[in-house]
Write a protein that binds this ligand. Structure first.
Ligand code: AMP
Ligand code: TRP
Length: 348
């Protein structure tokens, strides 16, 4: 926590997901499901398909378009109501890119170089060949959030460091320009599945970019595929223990328990207590049944929505109009604070 008076800012949630592939169970439990909960708590919520982040690594244009629509369909199918939440794709609101440029001039090279995501993505490869956008990625992310004066950002565990950088950028901007303009945003990392792990390796995050499709459950997988992937998930030969303590050095087992907990709304401790002594031969089919029951209706609704891409585009366009109406006045004020002449008036 900080001393900066965030009380001056009204509670507003922003979060984003990259349309760089199909969404996974990790995205659903770590992000989407919680985006819906926040919306249903009645807080103002703004959700974004961050297509400009996606192109920091190569994206085939047709696939990017398809994945952006798929992402939007997943949000709506999971329970995001475009009348209550603002839902749009990032590139339609140019204020993000404009503020990102200013933040490129606030953030320091050293800060960016310390980002573990940057280090992971360039590890063992030629960092010289990575795009400049990949390096600057966290400044665009800070702009996504701060261009709305968002106070809270629900994300999975892997985004914690990027959110700390967002806070550093807000604080440095406020200090450099001697203003109290940007809020110091709070990460909201909560629930039983803030870090869903690969089904093949309990030490690796479940990711849409993992080369092995067996490592993840995709929101587009059908019931048989989900059941087969869970059946084949890596585990150990021990039965489930009596308490969570017994899962300490069993990352694969712990992961399946966490997934069960997050899908059922139980705590991991309750799941273990209820299944103490069970073999994975019994627990896995139970988990598969639960996963199919929860994800099946979402997949079906996504497929229905994707029949009408024009309607999805219309929803994204309307969301972008509403987002722009919030972002533009904030950005105009930033230009003024920084000392840019704006003699053409505000152009929305
Ligand atoms: P990305 O797919 O990297 O754009 O991530 C979008 C959101 O999903 C972010 O809030 C991530 O933290 C979250 N997320 C991605 N993968 C996982 C995972 N394996 N477990 C939990 N949350 C995740
Ligand atoms: N970097 C995030 C991810 O890969 C996506 C993202 C971009 C984001 N801008 C954001 C998340 C703003 C939260 C808020 O998961």
């Amino acid at each position: 926590m900080t001393d900066t008076p965030n009380a001056a800012f009204k509670p507003r949630i922003f979060s984003g997901i990259q349309p760089s592939g199909g969404l996974t169970l990790g995205n659903y439990l770590g992000a989407l499901k919680r985006f819906v909960e926040k919306q249903d708590e009645g807080i103002e919520t703004i959700y974004c398909l961050v297509d400009m982040h996606a192109i920091t690594v190569w994206q085939d244009p047709e696939r990017l378009r398809r994945q952006t629509r798929e992402g939007a369909a997943a949000f709506i199918a999971a329970g995001i109501d475009p009348a209550r939440s603002i839902l749009f794709n990032q590139s339609q609101v140019s204020a993000h890119a404009e503020l990102a440029w200013i933040f490129n001039c606030v953030a320091r090279m050293g800060w960016m170089g310390r980002m573990t995501q940057w280090k992971d993505k360039t590890a063992g490869k030629n960092a010289e060949a990575a795009s400049l956008g990949l390096f600057a990625y966290p400044a665009l992310m800070a702009a996504d959030i701060l261009v709305y004066h968002a106070t809270m950002v629900p994300v999975g565990e892997d985004q914690k460091q990027h959110l700390e950088l967002t806070r550093d950028i807000a604080i440095k901007f406020n200090n450099d320009y001697k203003v109290d303009f940007f809020p110091v945003t709070e990460p909201v990392i909560e629930g039983e599945a803030t870090r869903v792990m690969s089904l093949r390796d309990g030490t690796k995050k479940m990711s849409k970019s993992d080369p092995s499709d067996q490592s993840r459950i995709n929101l587009t997988d059908d019931a048989d595929t989900i059941a087969a992937k869970i059946r084949k998930a890596k585990t150990d030969p021990e039965p489930l223990p009596e308490t969570l303590e017994g899962l300490r050095d069993r990352p694969e087992a712990r992961n399946l328990v966490n997934i069960y907990a997050a899908l059922s709304g139980m705590t991991a401790a309750q799941v273990v207590a209820e299944n103490a002594g069970a073999q994975f031969g019994t627990f896995k089919p139970k988990l598969a049944e639960l996963a199919v029951a929860k994800l099946g209706p979402i997949t079906a609704e996504m497929n229905r929505l994707l029949q009408d891409p024009a309607e999805i585009d219309r929803i994204l366009g309307q969301g972008a109009d509403r987002a722009e109406a919030i972002a533009r006045p904030i950005l105009d004020k930033v230009y003024d604070i920084v000392g840019m002449i704006r003699s053409r008036g505000s152009r929305g």
